[in-house]
Design a protein. Sequence first.
Length: 458
Amino acid sequence: MEHQIPRLVVWPWRSLFWRIFLWFWLTMLAMLITLFISFAATVDPSDFVSERRELFRELEVVSIKIEELTQCLVHVKNLRFPGNSYFLFDLKGDLLGNSIISKELLEAYQKTVSALAPTIVFKQGLLVVGPHRVMLNDQLYSLYITKEIPRLIHWRVQQILAKQWHLIIIALGVSFLLCIILARYFVGPIRQLQSASRKLAKGDLTTRVNRKVAQRKDELGELGQDFDAMAEQLEFLLNSKERLLRDVSHELRSPLTRLHLSLALARGKATDAHVEHDRIECELERLDQLIGQIIRFSRIQHGVLEQSLEKIDLQELVVGLVNDGDFEAQACQKSVILIRSSEIKIWAVRDFISSAIENIIRNAIRFTPKESNVEVSLEEVAQQAVIRVRDYGPGVPEETLKSLFEPFFRVDETRGKENNGMGLGMAIAYSAISFHKGSITVNNVAPGLQVEIRMNLL
């Protein structure tokens, strides 16, 4: 199991940016559509008749033709222009000819009969233009043109789209741009906070949010300031802890040296306390190792380099560590074998990489059963150097895998009496590999535990 912060995958359409953008843009579109429909439903239809002049001109032409006809009363009903119909009313309001008058036309006539100039009236899908005064045989008549058009709202919408389509496109474009800017204004600081929190989670305690975010005079600015305060406090606390460990370790070195000296003097004076002296010496060695590991762990955590990066023959390094591990394992009736090896070179700090691999191999030796092997392999996979170390021990519970890289963590109840380590080996290995931008994972296998290290090639 890889020891890293899990990252939640968010689909683009579920992100906060697109939610804010779509919410505001759809709201603006709904408002525009509402205003559009309201405008179309209340405005005078005559303002949207594209052929208004043509209809008035047609009205004059028809009136002239009617006056020229000698039998106008017979032929009025035969006068037709494409899509239009014509009607003559006398002064009494009677319709001349054989045409049947509709309710809509009658209402339009009653509304406009006293008009001094032709007007346009819309009545339930019927467009009525008139009246135009016509003199026939010394009698005055009123001429009307009717034209069927679609329903009012649909017709007006079509008229608006036909004339104002460029303005509609401009409105949509401007609203789109404004919503993009608004969404970025809100989501931008959140993304910067997200990036800063991920860096902090990876161990970069110097991470702070962008100054522009912290200087905002709103809740996001306050959140950025709180994040900076939290990061500063974490950095202070962790640095204090590391400094305490380092200082205590260094301070213990002096009395430890004096204890070794006192033990040597006691051995020279006493002749019957060899068992006790051996026990004291064993514990002093363990204490010395613990202090050394704490100092090494602290040095790796802070990137304190005794030597700079260098080109390392990883195959040569691994072979040497396997031979050293096998020599130690022979005393416990165990062995360390290299089952696969490739010639690989990397840029690294030799001391750090050597310490990481050595700690993993020693950890595997401690837990693999007697008469069994610790298997080590080195190969190149997808432009990466991959090192695997497997033991045949009892493994660990799945829920504790992610904790194996924590300092001083031990799984006593599952790893048995062999678990007499100090709990720093895996933590040192993880810190050393992370320092080189690599990854280290742990997985249970049947039987045993396998540790995998991945590092980029040259």
